[in-house]
Design a binder for this molecule. Structure first.
Ligand code: ADP
Length: 162
């Protein structure tokens, strides 16, 4: 049984995240979407809301019965080891992601050389998508249809009162 862990803030989950999760499911027997507490990032949605939005978003994914959702607030490699994961999944959108992701992957390898980081690229129309941009558009009243699942669209509308 090969398990991979897909960590992130998921504040909120977007179709780009879901695309990466679906690709990971084709490579691994089980994928754990692990929502990081990340208080330092001052998330718009609290942990419970972020987890609930992930849960509401995954039934449409191919292979979703092999997907698990969890949350964590500790060193990622320690959490991955505890979950008996062999790989960490990260999404790569553009060159701009590369430097940070490269640094993170090498640091994680230093901390635990047994867990590989695997980078997956989303479908091209999701390469310019980020949770940050989605929140900004929603806050300013723009349309985010096609970029996020319906449950996320509604949750953002509730947050920003639109
Ligand atoms: P973090 O706070 O760790 O950056 P995010 O929730 O923003 O967490 O993202 C988690 C992972 O998903 C990261 O590897 C990020 O690059 C990736 N990701 C985010 N948006 C997209 C997207 N549109 N397409 C592909 N990967 C993405």
């Amino acid at each position: 049984m090969r398990r991979a862990i897909y960590p992130g803030s998921f504040d909120p989950i977007t179709n780009g995240h879901l695309d990466v999760a679906e690709r990971a499911l084709r490579l691994f027997d089980e994928v754990v979407i692990a929502v990081a507490l990340n208080e330092a990032k001052h998330p718009l949605f609290d942990m419970e809301e972020r987890v609930a939005l992930v849960k509401a978003s995954i039934p449409a994914l191919q292979g979703h019965e092999r997907l698990r959702i969890s949350s964590f607030d500790r060193l990622l490699v320690d959490y991955a080891r505890e979950q008996e994961a062999v790989a960490i999944i990260r999404g790569l959108r553009a060159v701009s992601d590369f430097e940070f992701e490269f640094q993170l992957a090498l640091m994680n390898r230093k901390l635990n050389s047994e867990i590989e980081t695997i980078f997956l690229m989303p479908k091209d129309n999701y390469t310019y998508l980020s949770s940050r941009i989605i929140k900004e558009i929603a806050r300013l009243g723009g349309s985010i249809e096609g970029f996020v699942p319906e449950s996320v669209r509604l949750a953002l509308a509730r947050k920003f009162g639109s």
